[in-house]
Design a protein around this ligand. Sequence first.
Ligand SMILES: O=C(O)CCC(=O)C(=O)O
Length: 265
Amino acid sequence: MSSDVPATGPVLPTGLAAELAIDFAADGAVCVRGLVPADLLDRVASAVDRNLADPSDLAIVASAADDPGRFVEDFCNWQRFDAYLDLARHAAPLIGHLMGSTGVRLYHDHLLVKEAGTATPTPWHQDQPYYDVEGHHVVSMWCPLDPVPRDATLELVAGSHLGPWLMPRTFMDREARWFGEGELAEVPDVEADRHAHRILGWALEPGDVVCFHALTLHAARGSADRRRVLSLRFLGDDAVRVERRWRTSPPIPATASFPVVRLAG
Ligand SMILES: O=C(O)CCC(=O)C(=O)O
């Protein structure tokens, strides 16, 4: 299904917009406070709960059976839940601005829910090596629906979006299912020497978001409290889909087309 929808989100005040663009270019990640209004957030939260009750065929449990909580992921549900697309329309002016792109397409949505007590961390990784996309204009918006304390938030290595591409592996078994062994450098062991990296991370309230480049190295710990997050993935002008020899994560048919969000002006 193809669609072309207008953006609804705010045009940022000039000073803030300039500051965010500078930080994003340097660090590959920024936190934007209070971006999503409460009514839209409520609609997204209700859609997420319906999504969890009725997962798609792509849904996975990313925690082991002995985890005291549960880490659940699902992908590509924007055609089932209008609120996901509405969140993308709201985010589009910000995302276009950060990417420096006049075009913004919603590539996919990725649901990441850690139930209370989940011990499983999300390992350090970049997103783009799992995709079928080349180009620089590939950006995510991580939108939590519950308060997230600093110790359970998304963490990002500042500047890692400048490259290189690093080896994608399955989160639980560390298998190389995408690029072959040795084709890309391994992700560094960030936890072994956190002081060697400039690690960004923000305690967040619902409405706050973190935007990050698809090559920015990122991770998250487990979560004592329930932590529902919808991460939206966007493509800009210079992003092109390429054919891969493997099943990408998520697997999106080559013939799929994505909602184009029309920016004002
Ligand atoms: O929410 C998490 O645990 C990790 C998020 C993530 O990896 C992503 O949004 O790409």
